[in-house]
Design a protein around this ligand. Structure first.
Ligand code: HEM
Length: 527
């Protein structure tokens, strides 16, 4: 008779586990043998994956460029435990994200999203019905045809930014920051913040700071590797991360609810200009269900974060380029003076007559894109591309920076001398604009930036207004000598120039606030 004691059960369990382990290994082995190879890539080691092959893991795009010369335009690697596919050419990016968008429009999952309420933000939402709903909510107010409605708001926001430069030129970053804060809150909530200490700006910025301070690559990797850390109670001494998550999530929900409610109340008295919240609620004509209402609240809150860092970063790149290239600045200013004159400031009607200013904007987006690696996508199913196997669920990164810079290597005619700031590359010999509108900087396919039309209008008016009224020069030391500017860029998902010394000087006559008010038409309370 068989003794069915504990030893027997343990032995049977061990046997079954071994057999199932062997079967699963055999299946994986067979799958691997029967499918095409993965794209080539750097060696991968246990735990760290291919991280050691990157010279500077905080600026991975530089390492991806180096990989390109060995492994080509499509690379497979592992960053710690995350498998990634790096796309290193515009052609491959177009093939995958545009032409196969049904497969390449998902976003990588992370256990960090939900604790910080990032699961409510469209940019990292999985490809599916919830994302579609959010995308429609954004598309309605920010589609190309709707953007001219916001021209007055964009002009006002740009003019208020100019008054900031006049009053305190050294604080240029914070004036650039105020510009998107002002136009995005107007276009989303019909709300114009008066100062940078405004309660709504403050609340949203607080959330953005909390989330970005705690969601660095290192922290994410640690949490992904040891997910139990997320279960620590908030009172636990080492649970600072958990406390930050609770804090940021509370901020997210309370600020989004209050701001939304404010618009609804004003709508009931008919005092709301066109904006994301009102347009979407009007579209539902009183039939908005809870899911839709919540999605509008979330999308409205998220718009600020999406618009703010990208717009500020791009304007900082513009300012840096002007300091380094006074000849470009002077040429643009001569054009503006000729077309607009000195008695008024540029407006959107002047845009077609100012191709050189347009070319400066495109070159700014090309020279140093704020998303050097775009925003990563993921695959919904496996795929085979150019004979390589692309696994399901893999993170797919478009090396936008690479697509810009090494276009020289692959297409000498497109962006020769890519490190140089040359707006002329976007102009024909007769001075008219080429068809290259630098759409690359806004991503690809179904997940491409849904705010790109308003971003385009905002960047243009900010650049044109600045050049019309101010010049930026290198700062001077105590001997009157120019202080050299050595460009340094921040690491991270978004990258922008670190603060640099410069002198911003007015170029309009009687450079006073009164004169600026005359030129802009702003009244004292709007400054
Ligand atoms: C200089 C300005 C901007 C740049 C360079 C920029 C760039 C980008 C990029 C590269 C993406 C990711 C695309 C992808 O996943 O392939 C993105 C997504 C997005 N952008 Fe922008 N953006 C800018 C301004 C704005 C503005 C003003 C808004 C205003 C609402 C906005 C809203 C969004 C949203 C909601 C997404 C997520 C789209 C989705 O996942 O479906 N962006 N942007």
């Amino acid at each position: 008779m068989i003794d069915a004691g504990p030893v027997f059960y343990l032995a049977t369990l061990a046997f079954l586990l071994t057999v199932s382990g062997l079967l699963s290994w055999c299946r994986k082995f067979w799958d691997r043998r029967s499918r095409p190879p993965l794209p080539p890539g750097p060696p991968s080691f246990p735990i760290v994956g291919s991280v050691l092959s990157l010279d500077d893991p905080t600026r991975p795009w530089l390492g991806f460029n180096v990989w390109k010369y060995t492994y080509g335009d499509i690379i497979y690697a592992r960053l710690l435990s995350k498998p990634i596919v790096v796309v290193n050419s515009e052609e491959v990016a177009h093939d995958l994200f545009d032409l196969r968008s049904a497969i390449y429009s998902d976003k990588p999952r992370s256990i960090m999203h939900e604790p910080f309420s990032l699961d409510c933000t469209i940019g990292v939402m999985p490809y599916g019905d919830r994302w579609r709903l959010h995308r429609r909510i954004f598309h309605q107010p920010f589609r190309r045809a709707a953007v001219p409605i916001y021209y007055p708001v964009l002009l006002r926001s740009a003019h208020r930014m100019l008054s900031g430069f006049l009053q305190d030129p050294a604080e240029y970053s914070s004036h650039f920051q105020m510009f998107p804060s002002s136009f995005i809150l107007s276009t989303v909530y019909d709300y114009e913040p008066k100062t940078k200490d405004d309660h709504l700006v403050h609340g949203i910025l607080r959330y953005v700071e909390l989330a970005s301070a705690n969601l660095g690559l290192g922290a994410v990797m640690v949490m992904e590797t040891f997910p139990l850390l997320l279960r620590l109670p908030t009172w636990f001494p080492l649970a600072t991360f958990k406390r930050a998550a609770v804090n940021s999530s509370q901020t997210f929900h309370s600020v989004k609810d209050v701001a939304f409610q404010d618009v609804k109340e004003r709508m009931s008295t008919g005092r709301v200009a066109p904006c994301l919240v009102a347009d979407n609620l009007n579209r539902m004509s009183g039939f908005a269900d809870d899911i839709f209402t919540e999605a509008v609240k979330e999308a409205a809150f998220v718009a600020f974060g999406a618009a703010s860092e990208t717009t500020v970063g791009t304007l900082l790149v513009f300012l840096l380029a002007m300091v380094l290239h006074p000849e470009v600045q002077a040429k643009a200013q001569a054009d503006i003076d000729r077309v607009v004159g000195k008695d008024r400031l540029p407006d959107f009607d002047d845009r077609p007559a100012l191709p050189y200013v347009e070319a400066i904007m495109r070159e700014t987006l090309r020279w140093h894109p704020v998303f050097p690696l775009g925003v990563p996508h993921a695959t919904t199913t496996s795929d085979i591309y150019k004979g390589y196997f692309i696994p399901e669920g893999v993170t797919v990164i478009a090396n936008i920076w690479q697509a810009h810079t090494t276009a020289m290597t692959h297409n000498e005619k497109k962006y020769p001398s890519p490190d140089e700031f040359k707006p002329e590359r976007f102009l024909h010999e007769d001075g008219s604009l080429t068809s290259d509108s630098m759409s690359l900087a806004f991503g690809w396919g179904r997940r491409a930036c849904v705010g790109r039309h308003i971003a385009d209008a905002a960047l243009w008016i900010a650049i044109a207004s600045f050049l019309a009224t101010f010049s930026v020069h290198k700062a001077l030391d105590e001997h009157g000598e120019e202080i050299p500017v050595i460009p340094k860029f921040s690491p991270g998902l978004t990258s922008h120039p670190e603060t640099f010394p410069c002198r911003i000087v007015p170029r309009f006559q009687d450079a006073s606030l009164e004169k600026l008010m005359q030129l802009t038409g702003l009244v004292a309370e709007q400054l």
